[in-house]
Design a binder for this molecule. Sequence first.
Ligand code: NDP
Length: 334
Amino acid sequence: MELFKPMDNLEENKDTQKTGEKIEKVKCLILGSGPAGYTAAIYAARANLRPVMYEGLQPGGQLTTTTEVENFPGYPSGITGPEMMQDLKKQAERFGTDVRFGLATAANFSTLPHKVTIDNKTVIEADTVIIATGATARYLGLDAEQKYAGSGVSACATCDGFFYKGKDVAVVGGGDSACEEALYLSNLCNKVYIIIRKTFMRASKIMLERVTNKGNIEILYEHNTKDLFGDGVVEGAVLIKKKGTPEEEEVRIKIDGFFLAIGHVPNSEIFKDYLERDETGYVKTLPDTAKTNVPGVFACGDIQDSRYRQAVTAAGSGCRAALDAERYLSEKVV
Ligand code: NDP
């Protein structure tokens, strides 16, 4: 099969100088290099859209911080997150995707073609933009979270829960995500603590009922995490009960896994002047499509999905975004 030519051979990708800014024109610009971005790239490249991808701050996305991925179809023995992302990158490049290191720092979707600034200096003019910049899990900000990253600290129970089979773990957070993570873990682990800083959970009633009815979930209300301890791996957490009150006391729990479920922040800030977002910053797409409110701009992966947030669902949405971009371009050229 003949592969597509590299981007620098293409007429429309020649750099032009305009008022000192470096401007480049492309048909399809993809921002972000998680499963959504790479899948969009594979489809866009095979449709001859000659995509240019900017990888963003964390090439490979959130999966590169996961150890083993065991739930992505097609890998019966599992695969590490970084390896999987390398494979996806190779597959996208095989069809001619121009993968570049760089971060989108500004966007202007007010006129056609759309403009995206990379690293505050290069302006890309794009007929279509596929946004796959993902979301970032919130952490508490403890030094211990970095110290034990991949060694007991995780922000994804579905990804890492299996490694704690039969063990005791804790989930921080009182929203629906925390309940969902705790319920998932409760089917694998011996015991699951939910650590909540307030006297109540903000989760929906039904989720609250489910966690309350699970025999191996213990809810620790009015507890804040102070630190984690362990020799190389997490062996326990130091909590402060009733912080700032006369009854304040330090509590230690023995756990092997510490899961954060205190929310995600979608990486959508630079698009906020143009794209419709929900109240938490997730980009809204039109029902059953990857189309945003701006024609020619598409969103896929975690930036538009607060619900599933799985590699496989992100990949599926990346495919939809590329197909929508391809159709948009073919409808424009009469
Ligand atoms: P939420 O914002 O709903 O909840 C975050 C939780 O983390 C809150 O309990 C909050 O506590 C706690 N928290 C935040 N910062 C800290 C901190 N520094 N220390 C301790 N605790 C902290 O996020 P979710 O991810 O749970 O949910 C996001 C959205 O997605 C919601 O609308 C939710 O309903 C939805 N969702 C729906 C699901 C479903 O329908 N199955 C599954 C998962 C999510 P506090 O209350 O004290 O602020």
